[in-house]
Structures are given as C-alpha cells and as structure tokens.
Design a protein around this ligand. Structure first.
Ligand code: SF4
Ligand code: SF4
Length: 353
C-alpha cells in the first residue's frame, strides 16, 4: 500500500488577513488531493513542547511537509528540538538567492564535528516550505503535489504509474477538529481522501533561541555568554536550550557570538538571525555587516555585549560589558591577518624586487 503524506500548515502569529487567506487557500487547494492529511496549527515557534499542538505533531509518522512563515532552517530545527526529527527533504520552491546560498553551503564542507553527526534521526524526510517566498497559493500546492508524487513514486509500483498514475479520490474529504481526530489513524492509502485537522491554541507569542545542530560544534560559547540561564547540556554534554522562556524578549545577543552562526531567533527582523540560508552564506563574505553594526563601527561581539547589558539592566542587574563570556575572535583575526601581511611584506623584501 502506498503511503500518505502529512502537510502541516503553521499559521502566522499576526492574523494579517492576506497571510490568513494564503494559508486557507493552500488548505482548500489540498483538500481534494488524494492521500494528503493536513494539520493546521498556530505558529510553530510559539507552540509549547507539552501542548496539544506539539503532541499532535509528534504523532505524525512518515514524511512531512511543513508550510510556515518561518525560514526553512528555522522550521526544521524548531521541530527537531521538539523531538520531531527527520532528514531535510529537498524543496524546489525557494527564492533564487537561497538556492545559490544552498549550493555555496554544499560546496563548503569542512571537517569539524557537528552535533548532528552524533544524533540518530527518524528515518523520514521533513520538507519545509517558506510562505514568504510567494503570494500564490498554487505555487505551494504544486510543490506539495510534487513532493507527494516524488514520495509516492518511490513506493507505488511501476505498473501503477504506467496504468494512469495515482488514482483520484472517490469520496469527499473529511474535516475534523483536533479533539475528534487521532492523527495516527488517518486514511491509509493514496486512494483515500484528505483529512484536515485544526489545532486551536492560544499560548501567546514566545522568544527564545533555536539551535541548528547541523552547524553547531558544541563549543559552549553560548552557554558562557548567556547570563539568564537559557542554555544547558543534556546527559551527554550536548548544548541545548534548557529554559527557553528565560530568554529576554527581542534580544538576539547570543546569535552574534556563536562562531558557527548556529543560533536562530526565528522572529527577528534580520533574515540572517531569523534563519535565512541566504544570510548564512552571505555571512562568509562579511559577518560583521550582518551581525554587527558597521555603521557605528562595532564588532558583532561588542554589539552582543551591549544588547546583553541592556537586558541585564532591564532585569535590575549590573552591566558586565565585554568582561564575561565574550570571545575575542575578531581581535585575534585582525592580529592574525596583520601578522600574515607583515610576513608577506618581509618575504617580498627578501626577494629584492
Ligand atoms: S555557540 Fe554556537 S556552535 Fe557553540 S555550542 Fe553554542 S550554538 Fe553550538
Ligand atoms: S538572547 Fe540573551 S537571554 Fe536570550 S539566550 Fe541569548 S544571551 Fe541568553
């Protein structure tokens, strides 16, 4: 029996009518597709780990397509950090800049140990589609259908395809609210109609860091830098966000000190901090321009220390400036390049040209 695919639609936290309409148009378009189960949830980032919404998402087995207003990376690692794991599924619907950034990243592999190398992931794919890429529902519906087809083709026999492809539904789609439905017992085959589940929750907006383990090297600079007890380690000493709600609203300070750009704040207005792959690639060109404040000449670390001081003072504590947990990479790097330049000049002098 061919497998169905689950589509999770994560709603915008803003209730913007245009955004709502796009979400609803996508759901409406998927309703009459065979073998697709749709779950509508509030903004993924805001859902608490122990909530009904997250429990419902954990029940989903098999490959999943997540449609959200978050950058792909952010959506993937929010799910992962909530024990909804899987391998990154390749999405073809993306903006051109991100496409280029992805290929740059692929060609830039190094030999550093990343946290992801030591973790076992569920044997399935998670495809994250970013709703910011297009305002046309058809673009997302087509991409979901392409992914579904790709997955179905791997499972459906060649004969099925030759004889007319995936069959169309014979019955109407079914709509349920989360209270009525067990996600693990949705339809069983491609010829079954869509099932739509809607999770209603009002937990309010949240603000906390999300770690991308495919970049994180477990260096612990973030835990040294944060003075609000947000970070911790697990039983095998791997960094994690232990007390997310201790994080200070609006502050992205630790994302500026992470040497691997592995920390995201998905609701931050700067794409590089919110999880854009485009931003991550550009950081290689000039990290300080994205994470620092070039206009007033501050390094990323200086800006991070200022932001942290602001939060310490707001919490009634003393500012610490650059004296606690701030790595001195920039200074080291400029010293290093100065030394390299001096060496080069010496060598040229020796050549007597
Ligand atoms: S600073 Fe970045 S790379 Fe280092 S442990 Fe924290 S998240 Fe990982
Ligand atoms: S933004 Fe500030 S409070 Fe939040 S985790 Fe980072 S350093 Fe800690």
């Amino acid at each position: 029996m061919a497998k169905r695919i689950s589509v999770v639609v994560s709603q915008s936290p803003s209730k913007n009518p245009a955004k709502r309409k796009l979400e609803e148009d996508i759901v409406a378009g998927l309703l009459f597709e065979n073998g697709i189960d749709v779950t509508i949830v509030p903004n993924l980032y805001d859902i608490k780990p122990e909530s009904t919404g997250m429990l419902a998402l954990r029940q989903i087995g098999g490959n999943v397509v997540v449609v959200s207003w978050l950058f792909e990376r952010a959506a993937h690692w929010i799910l992962d950090r909530n024990a909804i794991t899987g391998h990154v599924g390749e999405v073809l619907l993306k903006n051109e800049d991100e496409d280029e950034a992805d290929s740059e990243e692929e060609g830039d592999e190094d030999d550093k140990d990343r946290v992801i190398d030591s973790r076992s992931l569920k044997n399935r794919k998670i495809y994250c589609l970013d709703l910011k890429i297009s305002n046309r529902a058809e673009d997302f519906i087509d991409e979901v259908k392409r992914i579904h087809q790709e997955n179905a083709v791997q499972i459906v026999g060649l004969g099925d395809i030759i004889n007319g492809g995936i069959p169309k539904p014979a019955v109407e789609p079914k709509l349920t609210s989360i209270g009525d439905s067990d996600l693990s017992s949705t339809g069983s085959g491609l010829d079954q109609p869509s099932v739509v589940n809607r999770v209603e929750e009002s937990g309010g907006r949240r603000w906390y860091p999300v770690i991308d383990y495919s970049r994180c090297t477990n260096c612990m600079e973030c835990i040294d830098f944060c003075l609000f007890g947000v970070y911790g380690v697990d039983a095998v000493d791997t960094i994690l966000v232990e007390q997310p709600d201790n994080c200070r609203k609006g502050c992205p300070a630790c994302s500026r000190v992470c040497p691997e750009n592995a920390i995201m704040f998905p609701q931050h207005k700067t794409p590089a901090i919110a999880g854009s792959s485009d931003g991550v690639a550009s950081m290689k060109i000039d990290l300080s321009q994205l994470f620092g404040a070039p206009a007033d000449g501050k390094s990323a670390e200086e800006l991070a220390a200022l932001e942290r001081d602001e939060q310490l003072i707001a919490a009634g504590r003393d500012a610490v400036g650059m004296t606690v947990g701030v790595p001195r990479r920039h200074e080291d790097k400029s010293e290093q390049s100065k030394d390299d330049l001096d060496d080069l000049v010496d060598q040229l002098n020796d050549l007597d040209i």
